[in-house]
Write a protein that binds this ligand. Structure first.
Ligand code: RB5
Length: 153
């Protein structure tokens, strides 16, 4: 599994923790930054990681900002992205099983590092079960996307 990770300055510390974990567990990952606590704009990082995942270059992405809200909203603007902001392991598991999320978003200011790492572990170890009642709902999400792309909105 190829993973893309990224954060703004408010998620930088947690991103470094997650990078350490991914390295230790020998995951194949690319870090899109940011690489310091200096302020950057979360849409810039969210877009890069989302484009990497939407293009198929990466299987999944992990994005962090202060709350996880801004960066998940930005990522979800890229067609094909299903970014899920999770603050607990139940949501993390469900985001794959029910929504086939391809990006996990976390908030460094809202979720402690221990919980965040548990969320990452569970999220990476959960597999979308495929043809279930949920598949049709996910298809409907992308039908909304396609409809609005066609309208040029
Ligand atoms: C940055 O100050 C903060 O606004 C950002 O990290 C995030 O929380 C936005 O949703």
């Amino acid at each position: 599994m190829k993973i893309a990770i990224g954060s703004d300055h408010a998620g930088y510390k947690l991103k470094e923790e997650i990078a350490k974990f991914l390295q230790k567990e020998q995951y194949n990952f690319t870090d899109f930054g940011t690489c310091s606590p200096d302020p950057v704009d979360y849409p810039d990082i969210g877009e890069q990681v989302a484009e990497g995942v939407a293009s198929g270059k990466y299987d999944r992405g992990i994005l962090i900002c202060g709350t996880g809200i801004g960066i998940s909203i930005a990522a979800n603007k890229v067609p094909g992205i299903r970014a899920a902001l999770c603050s607990n392991t139940f949501s993390a598991r469900s985001s794959i099983e029910h929504n086939n999320a391809n990006i996990l978003a976390l908030g460094e200011r809202t979720t402690g590092p221990g919980v965040a790492l548990d969320i990452v572990k569970i999220w990476l170890n959960t597999v979308f079960p495929g043809e279930t009642r949920h598949k049709n709902r996910i298809d409907k999400i992308h039908a909304i996307e396609s409809k609005h792309i066609q309208k040029g909105e």
